[in-house]
Every structure is written in structure tokens, then in C-alpha cells.
Design a protein around this ligand. Structure first.
Ligand code: ADP
Ligand code: MG
Length: 290
């Protein structure tokens, strides 16, 4: 694999500044004076990678999250469904530190109280997040986008001199296959299809080896074929990463799900296999029967 790495020094420097400011990628920020928590500190011996209990948050008196309790096992792929406005995105905002709840408990593993940390620190400790819209560096190639994730913590000067060692090259090559982009390695990201951009961003997140990855409507806007390939991708991640996937696409959920949690009015309405929740009268009334 010898991708065409043209001299894009200035552009790369700019991109690194963005990466280091923490706007688009995790990492790169100093967690402050306390010892930095890393994903090695996450204690899952109690069988939970994520634990929420009685979480509440109001916006101008409106209870967007209302006594939400939920937990996720290590290696689990949990699907979250529910009507618009149910609080799915707000729940992800709370887990990632973007929104602080008014009350409740949010733990990463059994020892890390996430409510004590800011958003960049939470990203740093191994919680990755994929927002709905793809956010890749459009002017850079697929290879360069992935390469950036390997050195986002280093200084700009270091990054410009940065060379991949063989272990990193192997990881990058593996990732290109995992995300179905091995044939597009030298393509400019801006020229990829919507689905391919989503895969690239998922690959960029996975390169950072998150313990927990949150994905908000990852197949929205994808073609049927792209959706099927995304299902294959997610199935291949099961067991290696813990995933929380919010989606409306029921055929996609059917393809990937074990346990499905239905959110409604900021709390868990039902939970079980897709067949179980789909035959639940309350779920049919608020969501499926629309
Ligand atoms: P979902 O992702 O399930 O569609 P959201 O979490 O986006 O739902 O929104 C839940 C509710 O909280 C909605 O009524 C939404 O308008 C409201 N909400 C979310 N974020 C904010 C905010 N920052 N300020 C005010 N209201 C908000
Ligand atoms: Mg949402």
C-alpha cells in the first residue's frame, strides 16, 4: 500500500490545529492537573461499561430526560430507538459531557464518575461519538484522514515529520478493509459518497480504540446497499467495542440488534429483543404505530 502522499504541509498543519483544539476529534487536550484517566482505568469487572441511574435534565422547565436508568455490558451492541424528541441525542450529550444533568448518576465502568469530567477528558478516556452528519477532512485523502488519528496528540511540528511505523501501517491497512475503503485509499474524502464518508469517520473513531462508541443515526441517508454493509461492519465490531447505536431504520436494527431499548419522554419505555419491543402495546402506540 503506497498511497500518494502529496506535500500538503500547510493544510495538514491547519487540520492539526483543529484536531488539537478538540473540535472534531478526541484527544489533544490536556485534562488539567489531575492525572489523566485513560481507557485502561475503566473497570468492567462488575459487567457494566456504562451505567446511568435516575438521570434528569430540564431545558426551560421541559424534562428532556426524566429519571433515565440504563446500563450496557462490555462488548455489547445496544440499539436505542424511540420517537423524535424522546431524548436519545440528549442522552448521548450527557454521556459525553456536552450536557450536565440536573441530577442522577452516570458511570463509565464501576469507578469513573463521568459527571466529574469535561467533554474533552471524556473523549480522552475512551468514549467516542459519531454525530449524525459526517465530519471528515474533505480536502485530505482517505489515508490521510485515518493517519491523522494516529498522531493527533502530538505537536504540529512532530506531526509534519511523523512517519508511520510498521505496526501503525498494519493497523491502518486493517481499518481500511474493515470500513470497506481499501479501494479508495488515495481518494479525496470530499469525493466519497455519503455512506463512505460515514464509514471513514467511523474508522477514524475506531483508530482511537474507544472502549465505548456512541453512534447517532449512522445509516440515515445511506442507500440500501450501504446500510447493509454498515450492518456487516457493526456486527464485526461486536465484542471488540461496546457500542450504543441510535437508529430509526428497523431493518438495520433487525440485522444488528441483541437488546433494543425504547426511549420515550426521556425515560426507558421498554427493553428486550426487537420482536419483544415491537409487540409491546405501549411501544406500538408511541412509536411504531405512527
Ligand atoms: P431525540 O434525539 O430523541 O429526537 P433530543 O434528545 O434531540 O431527542 O431532544 C429531546 C427533547 O429535548 C426535545 O424536545 C428537544 O427539543 C429538547 N432539547 C434538546 N436539547 C435541547 C437544548 N439544548 N435546549 C432546549 N431544548 C432541548
Ligand atoms: Mg436525535
Amino acid at each position: 500500500m503506497t498511497p500518494d502522499l502529496m506535500d500538503q504541509g500547510a493544510q495538514r498543519a491547519e487540520v492539526h490545529k483543529t484536531a488539537q483544539s478538540g473540535q472534531t476529534m478526541s484527544g489533544g487536550r490536556d485534562a488539567g492537573f489531575a492525572r489523566r484517566i485513560t481507557s485502561n482505568d475503566v473497570d468492567v469487572t462488575h459487567g457494566r461499561i456504562l451505567y446511568l441511574e435516575d438521570v434528569c435534565v430540564s431545558f426551560d422547565g421541559f424534562k428532556a430526560i426524566n429519571k433515565l436508568s440504563l446500563d450496557i455490558a462490555p462488548g455489547e451492541l445496544r440499539c436505542i430507538i424511540g420517537p423524535n424528541g424522546a431524548g436519545k441525542t440528549t442522552m448521548m450529550d450527557i454521556i459525553t459531557g456536552k450536557t450536565k444533568p440536573d441530577s442522577g448518576t452516570v458511570f463509565f465502568g464501576s469507578t469513573i464518575d463521568l459527571l466529574r469530567y469535561k467533554e474533552p477528558d471524556i473523549a480522552q478516556m475512551g468514549i467516542g461519538r459519531k454525530f449524525q452528519k459526517p465530519t471528515v477532512f474533505e480536502q485530505l485523502t482517505v489515508f490521510e484522514n485515518l493517519e491523522l488519528t494516529l498522531n493527533a496528540n502530538k505537536s504540529v511540528a512532530h506531526s509534519l515529520l511523523f512517519k508511520l511505523d510498521s505496526a501503525q501501517s498494519d493497523r491502518l491497512a486493517d481499518m481500511l478493509h474493515t470500513i470497506h475503503l481499501a479501494d479508495s485509499v488515495g481518494r479525496t474524502a470530499g469525493k466519497l459518497s455519503h455512506g463512505q464518508k460515514q464509514w471513514l469517520e467511523i474508522g477514524m473513531l475506531l483508530m482511537q480504540e474507544p472502549k465505548l462508541l456512541l453512534l447517532d443515526e449512522p445509516v440515515a441517508g445511506m442507500t440500501d446497499e450501504e446500510t447493509e454493509r454498515t450492518a456487516e461492519l457493526f456486527l464485526s465490531l461486536k465484542g471488540k467495542h461496546s457500542l450504543m447505536v441510535v437508529e430509526h431504520d428497523m431493518s438495520f436494527i433487525r440485522a444488528i440488534s441483541d437488546i433494543v431499548t425504547v426511549l420515550c419522554d426521556g425515560a426507558v419505555l421498554a427493553q428486550g429483543t426487537l420482536d419483544q419491543v415491537q409487540s409491546d402495546e405501549r411501544v406500538i402506540e408511541v412509536y411504531l404505530g405512527r
